[in-house]
Design a protein around this ligand. Structure first.
Ligand SMILES: *[C@@H]1O[C@H](CO)[C@@H](O)[C@H](O)[C@H]1NC(C)=O
Ligand SMILES: *[C@@H]1O[C@H](CO)[C@@H](O)[C@H](O)[C@H]1NC(C)=O
Length: 268
C-alpha cells in the first residue's frame, strides 16, 4: 500500500542572531536563534520499516497556495490533506502547527518576553530545562506557544538528570559537540529519562516537544543501531508526547519522514 500524507515542515532561516551564552549552557545553544516558516512536505511511503520506496519532498510552492485560513482550527492540523486517509490520527487534541505558523528557535539564552518576541511569530522552540514554568505561563497569556527542546538521542554534560543515564548507554561523542554522546536508544533507562523530560515539559506548560538528535542510527553512535531501532524509538517518543497531550516535532530525521509522518505533528 502506498500512503500519501502531508506534514507541516519548518524550514528556512530568516535570522541568526548572536546569543549571549550564560555559564552552564551547552555549546549547542550558542548558535541557535532562527526563525522558520512552515511549508508542506508530502511524504510517499510504502513498506514502512523496510525503507523501500520511501521518499519525502518538501514543496515550498504549495506553502502559500494552500494555506489554511487564519480561523481554521484543529481540523486542518496536518495542513491541507493531499489524500483523505482513514489512518490519519486526526483526533488528537494536542498542539499542531498550521502552514501559517512561524516558529522561532532560541536555545542560547533565557526567553525574555520584553525582547525576544518576534513579529508574527507565535511558536517558540526553547530549552525545556532552562525555561521556567513562569516564563512559559507568561508566554501563554500573550498567546505564544512554547515548544520544549531537549536532546532525545544524546546525553549532554551538565544536564541535571545526566546521572540517570547509565554509562553503558553513552556512546561516541557527537561530531562538533564534544559535550554530547550518542545514546543507546534501546536502553530502558534512557527511555525513562525521556519520559521524565516530557513530563517536565508538560508540567511547565509547554504545548509540544522537540526531541533532538533522533538520527543516531545514521551516525557513528558507537552502537549497532538500525533504522528499525530508530523508527521504533521515534514512535516511542511521539506516543509518549501524545499520551501527555503534547504535540511533537521530528528533527533532522528526514530520511525517515515518510515512515513517521503519521506519528509526528510537524518536522524541523
Ligand atoms: C481517536 O478517537 C478514537 C475513538 O474516540 C480513540 O479510540 C483513539 O484513541 C483516538 N486517537 C487519538 C490519536 O487520539
Ligand atoms: C548524523 O548523520 C547525518 C547524516 O546521516 C548528518 O547529516 C548529521 O550531521 C550527523 N549528525 C551529527 C551530530 O554528526
Amino acid at each position: 500500500m502506498v500512503l500519501i500524507k502531508s506534514l507541516v515542515v519548518f524550514i528556512g532561516i530568516a535570522s541568526v542572531q548572536a546569543a549571549c551564552v550564560p555559564k552552564g549552557y551547552k555549546q549547542r545553544s550558542s548558535r541557535t536563534s532562527k526563525t522558520y516558516n512552515a511549508v508542506q512536505a508530502t511524504a510517499v511511503a510504502s513498506n514502512a520499516y523496510t525503507g523501500k520506496s520511501s521518499s519525502a519532498t518538501i514543496d515550498r510552492s504549495t506553502a502559500t497556495a494552500s494555506q489554511p485560513s487564519a480561523t481554521a482550527s484543529s481540523t486542518s492540523d496536518y495542513g491541507p490533506p493531499q489524500t483523505p486517509s482513514s489512518t490519519t490520527p486526526a483526533n488528537g487534541s494536542w498542539w499542531k502547527p498550521t502552514l501559517d505558523t512561524k516558529l522561532h528557535y532560541q536555545l542560547g539564552k533565557d526567553f525574555d518576553l520584553a525582547t525576544d518576541v518576534k513579529d508574527g511569530v507565535t511558536a517558540y522552540g526553547i530549552d525545556g530545562y532552562v525555561t521556567t514554568a513562569e516564563v512559559v505561563s507568561s508566554m501563554r497569556t500573550k498567546g505564544l506557544d512554547a515548544i520544549c527542546y531537549f536532546s532525545a538521542g544524546s546525553s549532554e554534560k551538565g544536564r541535571p538528570d545526566d546521572g540517570d543515564i547509565p554509562s553503558e548507554a553513552k556512546g561516541n561523542v557527537l561530531d562538533g559537540w564534544p559535550d554530547e554522546n550518542w545514546l543507546d536508544i534501546r536502553n530502558t533507562a534512557v527511555r525513562n529519562v525521556m519520559i521524565e523530560r516530557m513530563k517536565i515539559c508538560k508540567q511547565k506548560g509547554f504545548v509540544a516537544v522537540d526531541p533532538d538528535n533522533v538520527d543516531g542510527y545514521s551516525n557513528k553512535s558507537g552502537f549497532d543501531l538500525t533504522a528499525a531501532d530508530q523508527l521504533e524509538y521515534n514512535k516511542f517518543l511521539s506516543d509518549t508526547a501524545h499520551g501527555l497531550g503534547l504535540g511533537v516535532g521530528l528533527k533532522n530525521s528526514v530520511a525517515q519522514i515518510a515512515d513517521l509522518v503519521d506519528s509526528f505533528d510537524f518536522a524541523i
